[in-house]
Design a protein around this ligand. Structure first.
Ligand SMILES: [Zn+2]
Length: 70
């Protein structure tokens, strides 16, 4: 299966990752999130419409204290 185009990737992320990046079907399922290397989380997605499978990568982008330390 060929990889997604940059445009398909961008559209998928921009639309909130709710629809298949290939066929836009909204009947998609996700695996549990798997942490990799502490700052990265990978999740597998699958489309029940066209059968596409893909991996999503989430990277830690911010860290801040919830309360001030006295
Ligand atoms: Zn699909």
């Amino acid at each position: 299966m060929p990889d997604l185009t940059q445009k398909q990737k961008k559209n998928y992320i921009k639309s909130g990752a709710d629809n298949c990046p290939l066929c836009k079907d909204d009947y998609i399922k996700f695996s549990d999130m798997r942490q990799e290397g502490g700052v990265m989380i990978v999740q597998a997605g699958k489309c029940n419409g066209c059968g596409a499978r893909w991996s999503e990568t989430y990277v830690l982008s911010e860290v801040e204290l919830d309360a001030e330390v006295a």
